[in-house]
Design a protein around this ligand. Structure first.
Ligand code: FES
Length: 593
C-alpha cells in the first residue's frame, strides 16, 4: 500500500503535455498517467483497475477514458467507472506550477479502513469478485482485524438473502481456520468467504425482519414451541419464538439446546446440511459477537422447518425401520444417562467409533447405550461419531463412484456438527441429553447406511509402523509433493501416503493443515471441500497428534485429492487484485510502444 506523502514529482512541462496529450510518470511508485483534456489536467493510476492494462493506451472522448483491453470506461475527473466489474481507477492530485505539471505520487484516503469497508460493501452488493478481493486486501493492509471483515460480510449475507446459505457456511468455516494460516492465506480465505456470500446473495430478495414475541415465556415453553413449529413447518412462528428466546437473554448453550431439539425432530434432515448450517451460525456468532444473534441466528429457521427428514426416505424404513429404532432408543435415554451419571472419566471414544462402523444397526445402538451407562457424556458420543465418520472417508474405496464421496462427506460433516453442538450444549440440563442425543442416533444410522463405501476399505498408510521410505523426508519437500499431487487428478492414495509420511516422521501437524488449507484456497473449491477441511481440522484438534488424528487428516487429504485440481480462476482474480494493490506494473511489455 502507498503511504501518505506530500511529495509531488515533475511530470513535464504543460506545453509538452498539451502537445502529446498524455504523459506517464514512472518511479518508485505506481505509474501515473497524466492527461490533458479540453483545458484541464488529470492524473490517475496508469494501470486499469480491471486487469492492469496500461491506460495510456486507452482513448479519451467527452471526458470519458476507455481502456482498450476489455473496454471499461471511466470518468476522467473522478476515476469512477461506468462499468462496475472493472472497479474505479484511483486518481491523484495534480498541480500546474509555473507552466510545469506536478503530480502527487501517492493514492490515499484520509481513513483507509473506512474507504475499503465501503468498497467491500459495494463489491458484495454487486457481486464483484475483483472489488471484493481489493477491498479485503485493502482492509488487511489498513490493519482491520479479521473478525471485523468477517462481521461485515456475515451481516451482509444475513440481510441480503432469505436464509442462511452455502456462502455463510464457507465464510464461517474459513474464518474458523484463519488462526492456522499465514497472512497471505488469510487474505485468500477472507476473499473466498466474501465472494461466496456475495454470489449467494446475487439476485436474491433481501431478508424480511420479524419481531420477537411481546411476552417472555419460560425456557422450557420456548423450546417446546420451537419443536412444535418445526414439526408443522411454521416458519414465522418458529422465527418469532427463536427471536423471543434471544430477546429473553438465552445463553448460547440454551439457544443451541432449543434449536438442536427442534432440528432433530427430523432425522438427518436435508442429508445433514440443515444441522450443519445451524452449527455454523453458532460458530459465526462466536466469531463476530453474540450481540448479532437476532440478525444471524433466525436465518437458519427457514431451512430447518422445511428440510426433508430421512424418515421420509425408503432406505431409513426398509428393510429395517431405522427411525423406529432411534425413537425407541430415545425413550430410554433419561434412564440411561441417570445410570451413567455416577461414572467419571469415560475414555472409550476410539472403541465406540469402531462399534459405530459395524453392519448391524441394533448393535450400533447397543454400543451407544452401553457407553452412556458407562458414563459417556453427549459430547463424548459426538466425538466418537465424528471420528467414525472420518474413518468412512479415510477408507473410502477407490472403486466407488465419484459422487459417493459426497455421501461419505455428508455423514462426516453432520457428525462434526453434532459433536460441536453437543459440546456447546454441555451437560447442565438432563432434558437436553434426551433430545440432543437424537442427533447421535441419527448420525449413527446415516453412518450405517454408508457402510458400502468401505467395501472393500482403502488401506490406510502409516499403520503398523509403516515408514513409507520411498517418500520424501523433510517437511518442505513432503508439502511440495502433496501440492504436486493435488495438481493432478486421482492422486488420492499418494496424498494419503504423504500425509501419513509427514505425521509419522513427527513433523508439525499445523504445517500440514496449513498446506491442506493452501491446497483448498488455490482451487475453485466446491462447498464440500471447505467443509471437509474445516471439520477435519476441528476433529484433529479433539484427538491431537495421534493415530486417530492421522486418520482424520488422511480423510481430508483423500477427499481433497479426489476433487482437485480445478480451473483456479478465483485465485487468478485474487492474484490480480493483490498485484494491483501492491502497485506493480502488470503489463509493462503490453504498455511499451
Ligand atoms: S478493461 Fe482494462 S484491463 Fe480489462
Amino acid at each position: 500500500m502507498d503511504t501518505p506523502s506530500k511529495e509531488f514529482v515533475l511530470a513535464g512541462s504543460l506545453e509538452e503535455l498539451k502537445s502529446k496529450g498524455r504523459l506517464v510518470v514512472h518511479g518508485g511508485h505506481r505509474p501515473i498517467l497524466v492527461i490533458y483534456d479540453r483545458g484541464r489536467v488529470f492524473a490517475l493510476d496508469n494501470r486499469c483497475p480491471h486487469m492492469g492494462f496500461p491506460l495510456e493506451r486507452g482513448s479519451v472522448e467527452d471526458g470519458i477514458l476507455t481502456c482498450h483491453w476489455h473496454h471499461a470506461r471511466f470518468d476522467l475527473e473522478s476515476g469512477c467507472t461506468f462499468d462496475l466489474w472493472a472497479d474505479d481507477v484511483p486518481i491523484c492530485p495534480v498541480e500546474v506550477r509555473n507552466d510545469d505539471v506536478w503530480v502527487k505520487t501517492t493514492f490515499t484516503h484520509p481513513d483507509l479502513a473506512a474507504h475499503w469497508q465501503q468498497r467491500l460493501a459495494n463489491g458484495l452488493a454487486h457481486n464483484l469478485g475483483l472489488v471484493i478481493a481489493k477491498a479485503v486486501h485493502g482492509q488487511l493492509a489498513a490493519g482491520v482485524p479479521h473478525a471485523e471483515i468477517v462481521r461485515e460480510v456475515a451481516l451482509f449475507g444475513a440481510q441480503n438473502r432469505d436464509g442462511w446459505g452455502v456462502g455463510l457456511t464457507i465464510l464461517t468455516a474459513l474464518a474458523n481456520i484463519l488462526p492456522m494460516l499465514p497472512e497471505e492465506e488469510a487474505y485468500l480465505a477472507l476473499f473466498h468467504g466474501a465472494r461466496r456470500v456475495a454470489a449467494d446473495c446475487d439476485g436474491e430478495a433481501p431478508r424480511r425482519e420479524r419481531a420477537p414475541l411481546g411476552s417472555r415465556p419460560d425456557p422450557a415453553t420456548l423450546k417446546r414451541w420451537l419443536r412444535r413449529w418445526t414439526k408443522v413447518r411454521h416458519r414465522e412462528a418458529a422465527e418469532r419464538t427463536l427471536l423471543a428466546a434471544i430477546a429473553a437473554g438465552f445463553s448460547p448453550a440454551e439457544l443451541a439446546d432449543a434449536l438442536f431439539a427442534a432440528e432433530t425432530e427430523r432425522a438427518f434432515a436435508d442429508t445433514g446440511h440443515s444441522l450443519d448450517f445451524i452449527n455454523k451460525a453458532f460458530e459465526c456468532l462466536d466469531l463476530v459477537g453474540w450481540q448479532h444473534a437476532a440478525a444471524l441466528l433466525p436465518t437458519v429457521v427457514g431451512q430447518m422447518v422445511s428440510a426433508r427428514g430421512a424418515e421420509e426416505s425408503t432406505a431409513w424404513r426398509q428393510p429395517l425401520d431405522l427411525v423406529a429404532l432411534c425413537e425407541e432408543t430415545t425413550s430410554e435415554l433419561v434412564d440411561l444417562f441417570a445410570a451413567g451419571s455416577g461414572s467419571r472419566g469415560w475414555a472409550g471414544h476410539g472403541a465406540l467409533a469402531q462399534e459405530l462402523l459395524g453392519d448391524d444397526p441394533a448393535r450400533i445402538v447397543d454400543a451407544l447405550k452401553e457407553a452412556i451407562r458407562a458414563g459417556a457424556a453427549p459430547a463424548d458420543l459426538g466425538q466418537s461419531l465424528a471420528y467414525a465418520a472420518a474413518l468412512r472417508v479415510a477408507r473410502f474405496g477407490n472403486a466407488n463412484e465419484h459422487a459417493d464421496w459426497e455421501t461419505a462427506h455428508h455423514v462426516f460433516t453432520y457428525a462434526n456438527a453434532v459433536h460441536q453442538m453437543l459440546t456447546r450444549i454441555g451437560t447442565a440440563n438432563n432434558d437436553a441429553h434426551v433430545t440432543a442425543v437424537r442427533g447421535v442416533l441419527h448420525g449413527g444410522m446415516a453412518l450405517y447406511l454408508a457402510r458400502f463405501l468401505n467395501v472393500p476399505p482403502a488401506r490406510i498408510p502409516g499403520d503398523g509402523g509403516e515408514q513409507l521410505d520411498d517418500l520424501p523426508t523433510d517437511p518442505e519437500t513432503i508439502g511440495a509433493a502433496l501440492l504436486d499431487a493435488f495438481d493432478r487428478q486421482r492422486q488420492v492414495d499418494l496424498a494419503a501416503s504423504l500425509v501419513a509420511r509427514h505425521l509419522t516422521l513427527g513433523h508439525s501437524p499445523q504445517a500440514l493443515i496449513a498446506t491442506l488449507a493452501h491446497a483448498v484456497l488455490r482451487e475453485d473449491a466446491g462447498f464440500h471441500a471447505y467443509q471437509m477441511l474445516e471439520a477435519g481440522a476441528r476433529q484433529f484438534r479433539a484427538w491431537g497428534d495421534t493415530d486417530e488424528g492421522r486418520y482424520i487428516l488422511i480423510a481430508v487429504a483423500r477427499y481433497l485429492a479426489a476433487h482437485s485440481p480445478t480451473e483456479r480462476a478465483s485465485l487468478q482474480t485474487a492474484d490480480i487484485a493483490r498485484r494491483l494493490m501492491r502497485g506493480g506494473e502488470l503489463h509493462q511489455e503490453a504498455g511499451s510502444s
